[in-house]
Design a binder for this molecule. Structure first.
Ligand code: B16
Ligand code: MG
Length: 213
């Protein structure tokens, strides 16, 4: 393995558990449209872009809308989601996240966010995570969603590191595919099949130890 010089982190599901707030907002939208959206249905939205999430939700309800209406529905869902985010703080951080970030930075590792979420700046500010990153790449910066590697390649570029020198932390299948396609060392956090193509699998950050040797 090439010497690791940088760490790129997905946000939702890796550093902070915002999936529950996405779920509450999507469920509210489904109710308003006249159908139920379950927790199991919500699993398919993790790591997926906002508009793609809406398409999945509408397919559960068997509904179709024109593009303009879909934009309005996504805006409405996002406003509810942002309302929930306004109430979050550092207690929403997942286990051992802050220690890991501090440790990696003390080891001289450059750090960046690589998230699909357009709400990344708000989440980083609310949880106090913003102090730990040299670069942030999110849904506002990229045009191609994961599994396209754009978000991680841009992150590496902003950190001034080659892809081979980067490790990526992800909780979604699309994210692991994006990291692998980018030529980076992929680390899956979780316990589902989504991690089967990752270079390393850990249940959560308490199982991550660095340096690797
Ligand atoms: P927003 P990640 C993703 O974050 C979420 O996992 C996914 O559920 C969400 O639809 C997506 O961000 C877009 O989020 O609506 O806030 O722009 O896992 O890539 O950090
Ligand atoms: Mg994620």
């Amino acid at each position: 393995m090439q010497k690791i010089k940088a760490a790129l982190f997905d946000l939702d599901g890796v550093l902070v558990d915002t999936a529950k707030y996405h779920y509450l907002a999507w469920k509210r939208l489904a109710r308003e449209l006249g159908f139920e959206f379950t927790k199991e249905d919500n699993e398919a939205l993790k790591g997926v872009s906002r508009m793609k999430s809406l398409d999945i939700l509408l397919s559960v309800g068997g509904l179709t809308f024109d593009e303009e209406t879909k934009k309005q529905l996504a805006t409405k869902k996002n406003a509810w989601y942002v309302e929930y985010l306004e109430g979050i703080d550092e207690s929403e951080l997942l286990k051992n996240v802050e220690n890991t970030l501090k440790h990696l930075r003390a080891c001289g590792i450059r750090t960046a966010i690589g998230s699909a979420s357009k709400n990344t700046p708000l989440i980083l500010k609310k949880t106090g995570l913003d102090q730990y990153f040299d670069a942030v790449v999110d849904g506002n910066d990229v045009s191609k969603a994961k599994p396209d590697p754009e978000v991680f390649l841009l992150g590496a570029q902003r950190l001034g590191c080659a892809p081979k020198e980067c490790m990526v932390f992800e909780d979604s299948l699309a994210g692991i595919q994006a990291a692998n396609t980018a030529g980076m060392f992929s680390i899956y956090l979780g316990s589902t099949d989504a991690g089967s193509n990752a270079d390393m699998v850990i249940r959560d950050m308490t199982e991550f130890h660095f340096p690797f040797e």
